[in-house]
Design a protein. Structure first.
Length: 459
């Protein structure tokens, strides 16, 4: 809850009309969901303009409207006297400023999580463990950008004891801004890999971007890092670091890793057995990061074990589905070279009765490195003993070339130009007993292939 004066102060804006003491019950950027009394924030983006919906917001009872200078182009538009209209130079930045204003009302720990891979799973694992003792706020889904993070922070309420926030980026400066908004007291960086190279140029720049999370952390804040990551192991900071990894030098480390039919077991710090009901060796790292964070908040080892044993992955992230006699690993939320490698390794490690099938869609935003990374996907799949590859997209030929270079027969590789073609073709390719990994970048909509398989084979 805010007054119009609060908003004007937070965003350094100008009150154009209305009462500065008007109570605004919340903030909304979507007129489809706005509630009476809320402030409608008209976001002006590249593909949409919230100023087109101002009258809709007013008709639904908005208590105030925040506009960007120049956003109202209709010369005949008259500001209602009974509604607080606030003007700012940048509406997206204003949203972040409001999120920061509300965050400052709460003297609670805020965990910020970034990295090239595993952010969402670490967020979910960390929240699951912390929730054994605390009421924890977290992002919905992957609301991890300059819209989602402040909107999450505005859900902070008196009952929350801690907040766990995923922070994503594909440009320099974005994590810095999210850190400025959220002011994390603990930061987790999962790893540094080849993601968003179309915008971040190379892995060195990715490392630079992820380190931006440190720029708005107090000197007594805590940092949790992957000891086994070649970049993170060399980080220079005055913050206290807690390390996790497979190396025994790390504060939280794992050994005796065992791949089970329905999950993974490992030993933590040579003392405690931990069970995960999720696939993929890489999830050991995700669990260690979550444990390292939760441990600092006094969560007991029994609570940690229970939370991780109960934990299930978010939708479309190494999510196992069974349809009749086939098993599908739905990892379609997104893809980059590192996460694709991890998913193929998980398929390789599975004990199966039938074939292992990889349906791989294009990995996007890799710039000039695209061909090389897709070539490596095919090579790794062939070397991992995958029985059939269905490559989907403009870069499918590179996957095929990599697989053939590693000795895979061309007849075991099928190419599809678009996802729709793959949907139609895959039904005839799948056999009883197959275990199928489906993965690709978000824009490829690879989940449609999973939906097609479900419709055909669901009992």
């Amino acid at each position: 809850m805010f007054t119009a004066r609060d908003i004007v102060t937070a965003v350094k804006g100008k009150l154009l009309s209305g009462n500065p003491d008007e109570i605004l019950t919340g903030v909304s950027t979507d007129t489809r969901k706005i509630k009476s009394g809320e402030l409608f924030l008209a976001i002006k983006g590249e593909k949409f303009d919230g100023h087109s919906f101002i009258l809709d917001a007013v008709s639904k009872g908005a208590g105030g409207v925040l506009v960007q200078e120049g956003g109202i182009t209709n010369a005949n538009f008259k500001l209602p006297d009974n509604i607080s209209f606030i003007s700012v130079s940048d509406s997206v930045r204003a949203l972040g400023d409001i999120g920061n204003f509300h965050r400052s009302r709460f003297n609670i720990p805020v965990v910020g999580i970034t990295g090239s891979n595993g952010k969402t799973t670490v967020k979910e694992m960390t929240t699951a463990i912390l929730s054994k003792k605390f009421n924890a706020l977290k992002n919905f889904g992957t609301e991890n950008n300059n819209i989602g993070v402040p909107m999450t922070l505005m859900r902070l309420a008196s009952e929350h004891a801690i907040a766990v926030l995923e922070m994503g980026t594909n440009h320099l400066g974005e994590i810095r801004r999210l850190s400025e908004i959220a002011r994390p007291t603990t930061a987790i960086i999962t790893n540094i890999g080849s993601s968003h190279l179309e915008y971040l140029e190379d892995t060195d720049t990715v490392f630079k971007a992820k380190q931006e999370i440190l720029e708005y952390m107090d000197k007594d804040a805590k940092l949790i890092l992957n000891y086994d990551d070649e970049y993170l192991s060399k980080i220079k900071t005055n913050l206290k670091i807690t390390w996790f990894g497979l190396n025994k030098v790390a504060d939280f480390h794992a050994d005796k890793i065992s791949i089970e039919p329905e999950g993974i077991t490992f030993r933590l710090n040579e003392k405690w057995d931990i069970s995960l009901g999720v696939l993929g060796r890489h999830n050991v790292y995700n669990a260690l990061a979550a444990i390292a964070c939760a441990w600092d908040f006094g969560i007991t080892i029994d609570e940690i074990r229970d939370a991780l044993k109960e934990f299930r992955v978010p939708n479309m992230r190494m999510e196992v589905k069974r349809f009749g006699d086939i098993k599908i690993i739905n990892d379609t939320y997104n893809a980059n070279p590192q996460s694709m490698k991890q998913a193929i390794e998980a398929l390789r490690d599975m004990v199966t009765e039938g074939r292992k099938v990889l349906i791989a869609g294009d990995m996007l935003e890799l710039g000039t490195f695209s061909g090389r990374f897709h070539h490596l996907v095919g090579k790794q799949a062939a070397e991992s003993g995958i029985d059939l590859i269905v490559a989907v997209g403009k870069l499918a030929g590179h996957i095929s070339n990599g697989a053939q270079e590693a000795g895979m027969s061309q007849r075991k590789i099928k190419l599809c130009a678009v996802t729709k073609e793959a949907r139609e073709k895959v039904i005839d390719l799948v056999k009883k007993g197959d275990t199928i990994l489906v993965k690709g970048s978000r824009a490829m909509r690879m989940e449609e292939i999973v939906e097609e398989l479900e419709s055909q084979f669901k009992v």
